[in-house]
Every structure is written in C-alpha cells, then in structure tokens.
Design a protein around this ligand. Structure first.
Ligand code: BYC
Length: 486
C-alpha cells in the first residue's frame, strides 16, 4: 500500500510510512511508541501461530486509512503477514460532554480518573479479549471455504478483529501504565478453548468448526459486539468512546457477512426443497432447515449470555459512573441518570418452588441495564430471522425459522439454573436430556455439516450447499480473484 499521510483522504489520515500506522500522534510520544513497538512482534508471533492456517500469497483486503466520512478504507491485494494493523480513533470533539450518569454534563475525560481505573480497565480487557478469540476460533475455516469470495470475507473479518485487538491494546498501553501493559500481554496468552487459560466470555471458547457456524457467529455474536461497542461509544472516557466509534464502522462488514451468509444457506436449502418437493435436502448436498434452526438456537442462546445477568450491580455502577452507556443513549428521552426509574426484567418467578415459572419482575432501571441492551439486541436479531423467513416465503415454502425463548439454553443470568424448551416451557433435567437433541446441533448434525465443507478454491465457483452472493466486494464481480492461494 502506498503511504497516505496528510489530507489526501480528508479528515485524519494515517501515516503508512510509520511502523504502526496511526492517527494518534504516536511519533510524538516516544515512550508509548516504544512500548507498542515492543508488543508488535508478540502480536505477529500470535498471528502466525494462532491466526489463519491456510497459506495464501495475497488477499483482496480493505485496510483502514482514515477516519473521515469519505474514503476511510483502501482496497487492494496484500500478503496477510504484511497487513498494516493500525490504531485509529474517530475525530475528537473538543466540546464533547458526558451524556449520562452522575457526571452528566461535565466535559468528557481525556484521562482515566483514578477512582474508575479498575472498572475501565476491566471493560477494555473484556472487549480486547474477544477480538483475538474470534480469530483463534476461525483459524481453520480457510481450508473449507465455499468460494474465494467467502474466503476473502473470512480473512477480512480476521484482520479487522486483529485491528480491534490493537485498538484495545493501545488504550491499555496509553492510559493504564504498567498493569495495562501486563494486561496487553495476557490478551495474547489466553486462548480460545484452552483448558488452562481460556478466553474470558463463554461464547469465545466455543468452536467455529464449519461455515454455517461462522455465519451464525458473525450474525449473532458479532452483533453482540456491535451492541457492546455501541454502549462503550457513549463512555465518558473519550479515547474509549472514539476508538469504539471507529470500530463500529468496520463491524458493519462483519454483520453483512453473517446476514447474507445465512441468507445464502437458507436460499440454497429452499431451492432444493422446492425443486424436489421435499425437506430431505441432506442427501442432495445441502443443510436441512431443521439443522439451520438448531445452529441458530445454539448461537443465539450463547450470544444472549454475553450480555451478563438480567440484573447486575456491575452494570448499574458502570452507568452511574459514566463508563458504559445505553444503546442510542442520546436518543433516549429520560433524564439519563435513571436513579428514580424502574423497569421490568425477565426473571424466574418462585424460583426453586414447584410453582416456579418464567415471567418478569420489577427492578431499578439501573440494575436492569443488561436486560435493556439485550432487548435492543433481540429486536435486531429478529430482523434477520424475518429476512430469512421472507426467503422461505418467496420460495413458496410454509416453514419458518424462529428465535428460541430467552430462557432456552442459558448459562448466565436468571435462567442459568433451569432448562427450558425453545418455546419457554420449563423442563426437568431428564426432559431436557431426552429432548435437547431436537433443538441443539447433535454430533450427527455437526458431522453432516462438516462433511459438506469441501473447499471450493476455484475462481467463480461455489459449493453446492450455499447460493452465490448477490454482490461482490467493492464493486468487483463474484468471480473476481479475491484470493491468490500459495
Ligand atoms: N461469560 O454482573 P454480571 C465482540 C461474569 S463481543 C463469562 O451480570 P456484567 C466481538 C461477569 O464478568 C462484545 N462470565 O456481568 C464479537 C461477572 O464477573 P465478576 C465484547 C460472564 O459485568 C465477535 C459475573 O459474571 N464486549 O466485541 O454486568 C467477534 C456477574 O455478571 C459472562 C463486552 O462484553 C459470560 N458471558 O456484564 C469479535 C463489553 N457474563 O465481576 C468481537 C465489555 C457475565 O463477578 N463487557 N460474566 O467476576 C461488559 O460490558 C460486561 O463485563 C459484560 C458482563 C456485559 C460482559
């Protein structure tokens, strides 16, 4: 890539002549520059050992070069090891004020206040931990990509998750001193699925062994990322807010990969169902709708867990302190403090008694903020399901996909201790044992899906279990040479 410093792109462009491209003036802060330059080889070692395993010559990738509205990214073929992971913060608004909590109306913080240091560090570390985790989870998928287009999208997601790790590591190094540097090291030491040092949040220790899982992950789990980043974008700590704002821009592509990926799987299945007037598409090389539903159930329920408990004093404290806001905070019409407000949250009523049931209970609005965010997320998830159901309806099929009940397969929060069906009916452990294979992918389902994952690495070709995309990337056709394999 050519150097692109200065104003050629408008806004604050990155200087690609720098070892670490950035728009944070790293050159003027030698100490920080040295610290990050000493972390960089560790990152590259991690990328080589835990990143994508399929050898490639180069990949048609988007690289962030700017944070302005126009022309923020550059597209071109790059060798992945030469990808320029940079540090980008959205432009600073010198007049920005804190939008919620007890400090509402005060100027946004340019430094970390001592009293909130531990909490802020924790939020940055949890966010940072998910980014390399997803790269680790997806590392073997290249070997079974259904097309060069999909392979390129996988790698795009991977390099950007790598950049999001850089974003959090920058904050740790720049604002959290020695313990920040130690946390930055730890982000490379924990590994997805490791017995000794797993990733922090549950969903990031699950496998992503096939492309249906990948599309479900990018639809449901990346979408948690969108919502969590949306709340951190509201943070009173301005560098965190500006970092997340820019990350959200990149996140939109990840959402697209998930949404259209599932679209295309459903479309192909629907085509074969209509063609053969049968639900039995497995023998014809596609994924049955029932199996798609089971994958959906799994990825949705583990992603619901990522929002934490239905009630949480942590989230109340984060909000009051101004560390983590609500989705679309500025569009809410209340007092942005919530000290006197109440809300209904999902709950297990009469817990432990024979009369226990799934219902709602009233709590202080602050305590219920994880539920508030989860509800925004659920509404967004439903829009994807509607879209997939439209594909089925347009094909003339009566079957429909649906989101399982909030209490289904939960390991965190109010429903962690019970079992419920996708319709929300409470089950005994024995009933769950007998029936869960109808609702979650079984070994047989997974083996079948994996058996379909034969690589199609030929230009313009696509695997039989998925429809081709409607559009290519950056105006290029589907049969463009998105990846040159080694
Ligand atoms: N797994 O008070 P509670 C993304 C812990 S994804 C394991 O309800 P809180 C991406 C919790 O830590 C977005 N443990 O939790 C997507 C707490 O522990 P302590 C990532 C869990 O704090 C795809 C205890 O249980 N970013 O970007 O209100 C690809 C009590 O819980 C889990 C963030 O999440 C869990 N699922 O909420 C790439 C934003 N849930 O304190 C990237 C930052 C809870 O008792 N994180 N626990 O030791 C946060 O905002 C919050 O920490 C959480 C939890 C929403 C995660």
């Amino acid at each position: 890539m050519s150097a692109s410093g200065g104003s050629a792109f408008g806004g604050t462009a990155a200087d690609y002549t720098e070892k670490i491209p950035n728009n944070v003036g790293l050159r003027e802060d030698r100490r920080l520059q040295r610290a990050l330059e000493s972390w960089q080889p560790n990152f590259l070692t991690w990328w080589e050992s835990m990143g994508p395993t399929l050898p490639t010559q180069d990949v048609y990738l988007r690289t962030a070069v700017n944070v302005g509205r126009e022309g923020w990214a550059h597209f071109g073929h790059v060798a992945m090891r030469d990808y320029r992971w940079g540090i980008f913060l959205a432009e600073r608004d010198p007049d920005r004020q804190i939008g919620f909590g007890q400090h509402k109306g005060e100027p946004a913080w340019q430094q970390v206040p001592g009293e909130y240091r531990a909490e802020l560090r924790r939020l940055v570390v949890i966010q940072g931990d998910t980014e390399p985790a997803s790269v680790e989870q997806q590392r073997n998928l290249g070997a079974t990509a259904p097309s060069l287009y999909d392979l390129r999208n996988l790698f795009q997601v991977n390099v950007e998750e790598g950049r999001h790790l850089w974003a959090m590591v920058y904050l740790l190094h720049a604002y959290f001193g020695r313990d920040g540097r130690e946390e930055a090291e730890e982000l490379l030491h924990r590994n997805s699925g490791s017995v000794d040092s797993p990733r922090i949040l549950g969903a990031f220790n699950e496998e992503t062994p096939d492309w249906l899982s990948f599309f479900m992950f990018t639809y449901f789990t990346d979408r948690d990322g969108k919502y969590q980043l949306g709340t951190l974008k509201e943070s009173a700590f301005d560098p965190l807010s500006r970092t997340c704002e820019f990350m959200l821009k990149e996140e939109a592509h990840h959402m697209m990969v998930g949404t259209t990926g599932v679209d295309r799987v459903v479309e192909r299945t629907a085509q074969l169902m209509v063609e053969h007037d049968s639900d039995e598409v497995a023998a014809r090389g596609a994924i049955p709708l029932t199996v798609i539903q089971k994958y959906l159930n799994f990825h949705y329920s583990v992603s619901l867990d990522l929002f934490g408990g239905e009630t949480s004093t942590n989230v109340a404290n984060y909000y009051t302190a101004g560390l983590k806001g609500r989705w679309s905070e500025s569009r809410r019409t209340d007092d942005h403090k919530l000290t006197n407000d109440a809300m209904m949250v999902d709950a297990l009523l009469d817990s432990g008694s024979p009369a226990q049931s799934v219902g709602q209970t009233e709590v202080s609005a602050l305590i219920g903020l994880n539920t508030d965010l989860r509800r925004e997320y659920i509404a967004d998830c439903q829009s994807g399901v509607n879209r997939w159901n439209k594909i089925l309806a347009d094909a003339g099929l009566p079957q429909r996909l649906k989101l399982p009940h909030i209490a289904f397969n939960r390991k965190v929060g109010a429903f962690a201790a019970i079992e419920a069906s996708p319709d929300g009916e409470l089950l005994t452990a024995a009933q769950w044992q007998r029936q869960s294979a109808q609702w979650l992918p079984t070994q047989v389902d997974k083996t079948h899906v994996r058996s379909l994952m034969q690589p199609v690495h030929e230009r313009g070709k696509i695997a039989a279990w998925i429809a081709p995309p409607r559009h290519g990337i950056n105006g290029k056709p589907f049969d463009y040479e998105y990846v040159h394999l080694a």
